[in-house]
Design a protein around this ligand. Structure first.
Ligand SMILES: [Zn+2]
Length: 297
């Protein structure tokens, strides 16, 4: 039975690797697209910045010409004021002076505000350019990193798929079917590695007798709560397969059970069994729970 368990452990390991790979393969293009989007947005910002500077500079030159022209007109106007021959002519020249002054004043205001804006823009320009450069570097680095992750991952995944296919032929059908049923019901995680008397995935504490049985490796045993196939990680045969597993919080109603269990630690075994009654979902697993070591082992 230990040899069959070992094969199932290897199968779980391969399944997990394949699942991980599928996730990486699915997420990587999105991550790269996000990085490209960041870069594009920053480049667009830089382009707008540069274009604005060009437009501003053009307008500045125009304003300088207009201001010089208006200043010249004011001088001419002042001369004409002195030369006015009558009141009417004098009023007309004064009116023109007012218009020139207003225009000059508005041009000067615009000139000052544009110069101010340009000064600020020129100050942030190099930083923005630096930022784009950095973002481009990050993107290029990420792109090549992702590419090599994908390349290596694809290769490794093909190997894993091949190993899995071969492994499937070595596992007796009844055990394989049990593994598949649990995996299907438990998000792909059919095996529960256990170092102490607690399910490695759902964290349920199991009765001492069950734990003793588990350590002998003579039977295929299921966690009374989550139905996963348990194995003892201290068994020398399994030592290379002690995975880092995620425990599943609140799976089924194990949370409640685990809680009430810890409260009633000192209570009898009967009490435990009552609490650990499988749910409907788990009963299909329960049916095949006690498959004895088959002759084929
Ligand atoms: Zn469990």
């Amino acid at each position: 039975m230990r040899n069959i368990l070992l094969k199932l452990i290897k199968l779980q390991d391969l399944d997990n690797k394949i699942k991980n790979w599928q996730q990486i393969e699915a997420e990587t293009p999105g991550k790269l697209a996000q990085a490209r989007e960041n870069l594009t947005a920053l480049e667009a910002q830089l382009t707008v910045h540069k274009e604005r500077l060009v437009v501003n500079s053009r307008r500045l030159r125009q304003l300088e010409v207009e201001t010089a022209d208006l200043t010249q007109r004011r001088i001419t106007n002042q001369t004409r004021q002195l030369k006015a021959r009558n009141n009417e002519e004098y009023r007309a020249v004064l009116k023109e002076a007012e218009t020139i002054n207003n225009q000059l004043s508005s041009r000067e205001d615009e000139l000052l505000s544009l110069m101010d804006e340009n000064e600020k823009m020129e100050a942030i320009g190099p930083g923005l350019e630096e930022e784009v450069k950095k973002e481009l570097e990050i993107f290029t680095q990420q792109a090549s990193q992702f590419e090599s992750i994908l390349q290596e991952g694809r290769k490794k995944n093909l190997e894993d798929e091949e190993d899995r296919k071969n492994l499937l032929t070595l596992i007796p059908a009844e055990f394989l079917s049990r593994f598949s049923t649990v995996a299907k019901n438990r998000d792909g995680q059919a095996m529960s590695p256990m170092r102490v008397d607690m399910c490695g995935i759902c964290r349920l504490k199991i009765p001492p007798q069950l734990f003793n049985e588990l350590q002998t490796g003579e039977k295929m045993l299921s966690c009374p709560n989550c139905g996963r196939i348990m194995y003892w990680t201290m068994d020398p045969l399994f030592k290379d397969f002690v995975p880092v597993v995620k425990t599943v919080e609140g799976e089924g109603d194990n949370k409640v059970k685990a809680k009430s269990k810890s409260k009633s630690k000192a209570k009898s075994k009967d009490n435990f069994q009552e609490q650990a009654e499988p749910t409907d979902e788990e009963s299909s697993v329960e049916e095949v729970e006690e498959i004895e070591e088959s002759a084929s082992v």
